[in-house]
Each structure stands twice: as structure tokens, then as C-alpha cells.
Design a protein around this ligand. Structure first.
Ligand code: NDP
Ligand code: PMR
Length: 394
């Protein structure tokens, strides 16, 4: 009740999202192949790609640690640079993570972004060194774009050592659903289904990588977990019996919501986060042993200043950061959150698979508990199977 009252200070002024048109910025980069734009070329990172994961696994097993550079005159072997694909790296958490990784000098970041020019400016403004990143166009609101992104990443001929599914949209003030190119409700379409296809495709590339710790990370959130205070702020996540997802989320003759209910943009976002966390666990169950890939999710803290809240009313955007800083104390800066996600990408102590990471007030990571729904293996299996039908994998 108190929560309900508190949330009502956030009226639903409508502002419809205008999806950023993909800007062609050939003057900034070199067009390499159909829609592939390269800001930089990562020297020294090239490896030969073999198309089937089975073949490459057999091969890599036979050779000695190719991910280590040849011994220097002092006899020391060092780990080669890793390559991390990060979606939605043009702002907020994705950008901060890209910057944190690039700054170490140990990572090259492939920034999967829908707005090339914005991403390019953001990387420069963040002070990322030329040569530490490559921007490749990706619009998760189109399955064709996802498939093209995968092809373009492969054409870079860089290994894919870590994939971070980070991009998201949040449409709390939308009165009506909007839809992706394939006709899925936007929040679930971008945050879950686009990433589902991307992750399924890139798993093959991760499997082929000879990097010692290969990881697939899907960003989750506290607000999808109803075992927390934040997760109990209405509207609460609830996938129900998945009837809306089964019917295609297209709003035509079926609901745009996973549970088949009436459209609610805030709930659609939270539901999409539940799908993200369930998908990570289902990946773990299906593929961890076979591929050695570490699958992880996380709640990076409340990064109350990011573009995620761009569609919220001005009063919310004004009050939300101080509310999180001084009342809930859940606030973290973009920089701190970026360091946290960068830890999940590269920290040697965070290799456990199937984990949902969180951080305590001292910024120490711990394995957190997911809500009953977000950890339900039956639901995870159903979400997986319905999602593969929707994205054309089954
Ligand atoms: P931002 O809005 O700053 O970042 C979201 C990114 O996703 C942007 O780069 C945006 O691109 C990109 N994006 C949106 N739609 C698409 C699309 N169709 N195709 C490709 N990219 C797209 O928000 P955050 O940094 O806060 O969010 C990052 C992640 O963190 C999300 O998964 C979110 O759920 C999660 N998270 C955030 C929390 C917070 O408090 N902010 C808390 C917990 C989790 P563009 O720049 O072009 O708009
Ligand atoms: Mg929440 C410890 C309490 C806590 C934390 C960590 C968050 C995080 N929030 C908390 C509590 C509350 N919030 C309370 C008590 C309220 C009622 C006033 C409240 C309200 C609220 C709103 C209206 N909170 C929100 C919203 C949003 O629109 C954000 C949202 O749900 O986006 C989906 C949000 C968030 N609160 C958080 C976090 C991390 C968010 C951003 C959600 C996300 O990225 O998943």
C-alpha cells in the first residue's frame, strides 16, 4: 500500500520512444562489408576462424595454450588480449564497462550499437583509446539486424571471448505497446528476444575461442526479483503461464504481454529481466559442461542517472537519483557499475557459472538469490523453447 502510494508520485505522462534511425557515418569509419562499419582495426588480434565449433574444439584441445603469447626472451608467457562483445555500449552501463575493460589494455571491445555516430562520440568522450574498440551496428529490435551483426562480427576475424547482453529499453510511460520489426512487444523484443538470438548465435563463437575463461553475461535486475523490496514495487514481474509469449507478443489477436494481460510498459521491462535471468540459467544447464563457457547474470546496483529512464517523466528523473542515493542507498555511479560488470567479464575469481552476482555496500561481490519465478527451471525451459520458436531457431 505504502509502495503503491509512493509510486503514484510518478504520473504517466506519455512520451513515445523514437527509435534512433541508424546513422551512416562512413566518414568516421571504413565500410567493410554489408553494413559493417569499423571505427578501428584491432592489430594483433587476428585469428583464423573455423566455422564449426566442434571442429575448433577438437583442434584447440590438441594445441598448447594458443591464447598465451609466445614466451618472451625472459621466458614469461602472457595472456593475449581478450575480445568482449558488449551490446548497448553507447551509453550508461555498457559504455562504462567498455571503458573499464579497454583501460586495462587487456581487452578489445566490440561495441554492438544501433546508433553508430552516438557510439563513436560516446567512446571518444569517454576517453577510450582508438584501437581499443570496434563499433559494429546492432539493432536488437530487428532479428535481421542481429543476424547481420553476427556475420559482421565474424568478418572481423577476432576471437569472441566474452559476450555481454546489456542493451535495454524501458517504457514506463507508454500507454500503448510498440513493436519490433518482427512484431514483438518492444521491451521483451529488444531486451530478451533480440539478445536470445544473439547469444544463441554467438555461443558457437565463444565455444571456438581459446581464451581460458569464456563468458556469456546477461544483465539482469533487482526489479525482476520479487524476493526484494524493489521487486515488489508495482507493477510486479510475473510471466504467468506464458500464454502471451506463446502467441507471439504481437498485440494482434493476442496480448503484447508475456502473461497475456493488459499492456504495461514497466511490467514488460521487469518481465524481460526475468527472461534474461532465466535464459542465463537455462544456458548454464544446457551448455556449461559441454562448452566450458561461464554463464552469469548480475544486478549492478541502481544506476539512477542512465538513459534507461529517458522516457520517464521529468519529476521522476529529478527525484530518482537522490531517492536512491539517500533513501534506499542502492545508488551506484555509472563508473562503479561499469567496474562491477567488468569484474564479471574478467575477474579470475568470478568464473562460477549459473550465478546472479550482486554487490554489498562495500562493493564486494556475492552470489545472490533469485526470486522463485526467476529461478524456476520449468519456466526457464518453457521460455527457452517458446523464444527459439519466435526467433526462428526451432
Ligand atoms: P542506457 O539507456 O544508458 O543504456 C541502454 C543501451 O541499450 C543504450 O546504449 C541503448 O542505445 C541500447 N539500446 C536500446 N535499444 C536498443 C536496440 N534496439 N538495439 C541496440 N541497442 C539498443 O541504460 P543502462 O545503462 O541503465 O542499462 C543497461 C543495462 O543495465 C540494461 O540491461 C538494464 O536493464 C540494466 N540495469 C540498469 C539499472 C539501472 O539502474 N540503470 C539497474 C539494473 C539493471 P542508444 O544509446 O542508441 O539509446
Ligand atoms: Mg526502485 C532498496 C530499495 C530499492 C532499490 C534497490 C531499488 C532499485 N528501488 C528500491 C525501492 C523502491 N523503489 C521503493 C520503496 C519505491 C517506491 C517509492 C521505488 C520506486 C521505483 C520506481 C517508480 N523504483 C524504480 C522505479 C522505476 O521506474 C525503476 C524501475 O522499476 O525500472 C524498471 C526503479 C528502480 N528501482 C531500483 C532500480 C535498480 C530501478 C531501475 C530498474 C532496473 O533497471 O531494473
Amino acid at each position: 500500500m505504502a509502495l503503491q502510494a509512493a509510486t503514484s508520485f510518478l504520473p504517466s505522462a506519455l512520451s513515445t520512444r523514437k527509435e534512433g534511425a541508424v546513422k551512416d557515418s562512413a566518414f568516421l569509419g571504413v565500410r567493410v562489408a554489408d553494413g559493417l562499419k569499423l571505427e578501428t582495426s584491432a592489430l594483433g588480434l587476428r585469428t583464423k576462424r573455423v566455422s564449426t565449433s566442434v571442429a575448433i574444439r577438437a583442434q584447440t584441445a590438441a594445441v598448447s595454450s594458443p591464447s598465451l603469447t609466445p614466451a618472451s626472451p625472459s621466458g614469461k608467457q602472457t595472456l593475449r588480449k581478450g575480445t568482449a562483445v558488449i551490446t548497448g555500449a553507447s551509453s550508461g552501463l555498457g559504455l562504462a564497462t567498455a571503458k573499464a575493460l579497454a583501460e586495462t589494455g587487456k581487452w578489445h571491445v566490440i561495441m554492438g550499437c544501433r546508433d553508430f555516430l552516438k557510439a563513436s562520440r560516446a567512446a571518444k568522450a569517454a576517453g577510450m583509446e582508438k584501437g581499443s574498440y570496434t563499433i559494429v551496428h546492432l539493432d536488437l529490435a530487428s532479428l535481421d539486424s542481429v543476424r547481420q551483426f553476427v556475420k559482421n562480427v565474424r568478418q572481423l576475424e577476432m576471437p569472441v571471448d566474452v559476450v555481454v547482453c546489456n542493451a535495454a529499453v524501458y517504457q514506463p510511460t507508454a500507454k500503448e505497446p510498440s513493436f519490433t520489426a518482427d512484431g514483438f512487444e518492444m521491451s521483451v523484443g529488444v531486451n530478451h528476444l533480440g539478445h536470445f538470438l544473439l547469444a544463441r548465435e554467438l555461443l558457437q563463437d565463444l565455444t571456438s575461442s581459446d581464451y581460458p575463461s569464456k563468458r556469456l553475461i546477461i544483465v539482469g535486475s533487482i526489479t525482476g526479483n520479487t524476493n526484494t523490496l524493489a521487486g515488489n514495487v508495482p507493477p510486479k514481474a510475473n510471466l504467468g503461464d506464458l500464454r502471451g509469449l506463446a502467441a507471439g507478443l504481437n498485440g494482434v489477436g493476442s496480448s503484447a504481454m508475456i502473461d497475456g494481460g493488459e499492456f504495461d510498459g514497466a511490467k514488460a521491462y521487469k518481465d524481460s529481466k526475468v527472461c534474461n535471468m532465466l535464459t542465463m540459467q537455462e544456458f548454464h544447464r544446457r551448455y556449461h559442461e559441454e562448452t566450458g563457457v561461464t554463464f552469469a547474470s548480475l544486478y549492478p546496483g541502481c544506476i539512477a542517472t542512465t538513459g534507461l529512464f529517458r522516457e520517464h517523466i521529468p519529476l521522476f528523473r529529478l527525484l530518482f537519483p537522490p531517492f536512491q542515493k539517500y533513501i534506499t542507498k542502492g545508488y551506484v555511479s555509472e563508473e562503479e557499475a561499469g567496474k562491477r560488470l567488468a569484474q564479471v567479464v574478467s575477474d579470475p575469481s568470478l568464473t562460477k557459472s549459473g550465478v546472479y552476482w550482486s554487490w554489498n555496500n562495500n562493493s564486494a561481490s556475492f552470489e545472490n538469490q533469485l526470486s522463485e519465478e526467476a529461478s524456476d527451471p520449468e519456466k526457464a525451459k518453457k521460455v527457452w523453447e517458446l523464444s527459439e520458436k519466435l526467433v526462428g531457431l526451432a
